[in-house]
Every structure is written in C-alpha cells, then in structure tokens.
Design a protein around this ligand. Structure first.
Ligand SMILES: [Fe+2]
Ligand SMILES: [Fe+2]
Length: 403
C-alpha cells in the first residue's frame, strides 16, 4: 500500500492478500507502540490483514473507505481518548468489533470503556493472546449475525457489567508474582461474597472432608479457575431479584447450574482432556443458563408469556423463547459472556448447550459435557422426558450408540 501520497493517513498493510482474511485497523499515534505492535503481530500476517492509522480522524476516513472486521485503539494518549473513537465506531459501524489496547490494568478506565469497547487487551501484547482475543471477538460477531439477537439485545437497556471483583482476581492471578494468598485477600474484602463462597464450597456437592472455614483454604481446594467461575455466577445470581416464573425460577437455577458444572467437569476429566478444558467445562456449566437471569431481570413480562407458551404447548423453553423473542437465553448468555472475556470454548458451550450440532466443533469437549450434563440434569429432575439430547451430534462424535 502506497502511503507517500496520503500523508494524512498512515496505512501500513502487513499483507496484500486480503481475500478471505479478517481486516483489522489499529489506531495509535505513538511510533514506539506502532513498531511494537507490528513486530508482535507479524506472525499473524497469514491470517489477518492489518492496517494502521495514526489519528482518530484518519481511522474514521479509512473506515468510511473500506469495511473492517475489527478496530483496535491505544487508549494512552489523553488527546486521542480511544474510547471516544470506539464509541463513534460503535455508532457508525455497529458490527465492527471494538478493542482497547491499554498500557496497564486500570479498572476505572476499563469499566468506563466497556460501553464503547467489546474487549480490552493489556500490555505486554503477545501474538497468541491477541489471536485468542480476536477469535473470541469474531465468534461474538458470528453470534451477532443473527439479527434477532441484535434486536433482543437492543430491547434490554443495560446488560450487566463484569463484576469488579472478578477483574481484580483475574488481574492478580496473571501477575508473575501473584499468589493464592493475595487472591484470597482480595476476595475476603468482599464479606458477602466470602460468606457465599464458603457456603458453596461446604455444600455436599463438593464433598470436601471437614469444614472449609477460610477463603484461602477454599481457593487452595478449588483452584483459581473454579473460584473465578463461582465469583461470576454468584455475582450475577445475587444482582437479580427472584421472580417465580416457571422455567425462570432462580431458586432452582443455582442448584441446576452447580450440578451441571460439577457433572460437566467430571465428564471432561474422565475423557482425559487438559486442565484448561476441565476448567472451561466447570465455568460453562455454572453460566450456561446465565441468559435466563438477564431475561427475567430485564424482560419479566416476556418471560411470563414464554412460560405460558411452554405450559400450553409442551415445547422446550428455548423453543418458546425463540418463538416470542426471536432468540434464546443460550445466545444471549453467550453474547454477554463473550463481552465479559470468557474463552471461546466456554462461550461456545454456553451458546450451543441445547443444540451442539449447530456448532462446528466435532470432538468431545466442554460443549459436549455441558450439553450432556444439562440434558441429564433436566431429565433427573423431571423437566424433560426426552432428555433433549442432540442424538445426531453425539453419534457424530462417537459417544452415542443406538439400541
Ligand atoms: Fe438452557
Ligand atoms: Fe440448563
């Protein structure tokens, strides 16, 4: 790309073959940051076309000229105010994925930016970390290809934001000198969360011998990843006011989610999958129905209609949701969890937990385990006589045999 005749717009394409490639526009006015980005991202040239702009107005000119899949901006320069650019991009090009590149973890600014950005990435930038973030971002974009989901989201005034306690734990856990003791200290400052965590850890489902009486002990027994899953789910459950609508009863939903998480974790462990998949199965199990909590909180009237349709027709809840809302709690939950930064495997397990055959995944993983655990748990509690198993999918991955 010739930049000599376009001094106002510095565009540096790292690869000319743009066919079938995702296009990403980086915006930074810091030459050092630009050099660093180009170096870090060089290994990804075969997968993505990456262009660079130096100012907000240059970026907007480029975006008006050509369509992009994602925009990533550096939020450091005060005059640039990257979040304002992303806010503008969000309004002009809502389907473009918006990413903040931030020099350091700053929960205040991150929270401020959440409305404008879908994702944020903190330094040091690594190609692999960036790749994972973009894969998650594009997965979210594929979810949003469903116009009905966009319409459903637009009917919900504000989606729940990421709990700051979760952010703090994630940040501490990824520090080179991070420790379980420091994580436990952070959690202990939240008295209400500490009490709830201890209550959960001491429940019969976990089966730990003796009483677990300290958060440090709970963190040591469960591990950081499971603690993160419990923090996210406890926070979202406690922000909701219980409403007794059949199918959306929160009192049963917590027990159901925990049972699915435990069963899914066991299945993935028995398959000999890596620890990361075991953790993802637990996280996805805990949060697979999180979309229901959003719906009951934000659209209780519609939830009542959905419940009545289920009662009258005998159809499954997610089928009735699709009938009345055009999208279901699985899609909504997956969208929210993508924004909250969960891994692609976790989000995929949430998105397709009723119909795994719609995913492109054809090997046993967190999605398979959550689908099986959810269907079996519903069956065990008498909430689905046909178990709701996606038999074709299970046959395809070789774990279902006909009688
Ligand atoms: Fe569900
Ligand atoms: Fe479920």
């Amino acid at each position: 790309m010739n930049t000599e005749n376009a001094p106002q717009i510095r565009r540096t394409s790292l690869n000319c073959d743009s066919k079938m490639k995702k296009k990403i526009l980086f915006v930074t006015d810091q030459p050092k940051a630009l050099r660093g980005l180009r170096k870090v991202l060089a290994p990804l040239r075969s997968q993505w076309q990456m262009d660079f702009a130096q100012t907000d107005s240059d970026a907007l000119t480029i975006l008006a000229d050509s369509s992009y899949d994602a925009v990533a901006t550096d939020m450091q320069p005060v005059e640039t105010q990257g979040y304002r650019l992303l806010d503008r991009v969000g309004k002009l090009y809502p389907s473009v994925v918006r990413i903040f590149l931030t020099g350091r973890f700053d929960s205040g600014r991150v929270l401020e930016s959440l409305g404008a950005a879908h994702f944020f990435l903190s330094k040091p930038f690594e190609a692999e970390k960036f790749k994972l973030t973009l894969e998650r971002a594009f997965f979210m974009r594929s979810l949003l290809a469903d116009r009905s989901l966009i319409e459903l989201i637009s009917r919900i005034d504000t989606l729940p934001s990421v709990p700051s306690l979760y952010h703090e734990v994630v940040f501490e856990a990824q520090l080179p000198n991070g420790s379980l003791a420091k994580v436990a200290d952070i959690i202990s400052k939240d008295v209400s969360m500490s009490a709830k965590l201890l209550q959960v850890v001491n429940s019969a489902l976990f089966g730990f011998p003796g009483q677990v009486s300290s958060i440090l002990r709970a963190v040591s027994l469960l591990g950081i990843e499971n603690i993160k899953a419990l923090i996210l789910s406890l926070k979202i459950f406690t922000c909701c006011h219980p409403k007794n609508i059949p199918g959306y009863s929160l009192s049963g939903l917590w027990g159901h989610s925990l049972a699915v998480a435990m069963a899914a974790r066991t299945m993935v462990t028995q398959q000999g999958l890596p620890q990361s998949s075991i953790d993802e199965a637990f996280m996805a199990g805990m949060l697979h129905d999180v979309g229901k909590i959003v719906l009951i909180n934000k659209l209780p009237g519609e939830c009542l209609k959905i419940s009545e349709l289920v009662g009258a027709s005998g159809c499954k809840l997610y089928v009735a949701e699709n009938e009345i809302l055009g999208a279901d709690h699985a899609q909504l939950g997956a969208y929210l969890m993508t924004i909250w930064g969960l891994s692609q495997a976790t989000v995929e397990a949430i998105a397709y937990h009723h119909c795994p055959g719609k995913s492109s995944n054809r090997s046993f993983g967190p999605l398979t385990a959550v689908h099986l655990a959810d269907a079996l748990e519903h069956s065990a509690t008498g909430q689905g006589a046909d178990k709701g198993l996606d038999v074709e999918y299970l046959k395809n991955i070789g774990i279902y045999e006909s009688d």
